[in-house]
Design a protein around this ligand. Sequence first.
Ligand code: ZN
Length: 201
Amino acid sequence: MLGLLNDTLSPVDQCGCGDTGFLTSRTLPIALNHGAGKVINVPVYSCGSSMCDEYRIPSAVASRLDELAEEMEAKEVLSIVFSWKTSGEDDTIGYQDSLIQGFIWKFHRRSYEDAQVLFVINGDALVLQSKLDPSEYYILKRLEESKDGIFFSFSKFIEEDEELTYEKYIELEPSFQKELGTVKMEEVEDMLIEEFGEVCD
Ligand SMILES: [Zn+2]
């Protein structure tokens, strides 16, 4: 039953503040009979705004947290990594995809000093357009998973059409495309700021 639920954990839902929330993972405090404990890597929805410290726990996760609390009390531990199963085997795979998609959706419509996110493709890629030269586009695309983590390729392409849409993009064969590098998921935020300047509203 839980297996079924965790597969359907949506990458995008609602943050505790009411805005759109993106699936991410957090360490949450948990009250236990034997003290204040914590659960690491709990999937939650957060809008990702620096102004907001709220989040929302998906209901399947909330009921799993209750079970984990009992487990922690039985074992008298104060810290545990969130998992769907009691056996302790690594089962992050079930919602890993949703976590990555939630991460990418968070960039939807984001604007940097020098570029703007035009659209997100299936939670796997995002296309940006330069504000300095509107014929310059950039694409950040999720790569096959490797043992070392989640990586994205970052490329630049030139397209005469300055009003690119998703529909046009999928038909597109850019005349010029250059891969600029590969970036680890944890470094994507910093890399985009380095490349395009601060985030603006
Ligand atoms: Zn929020």
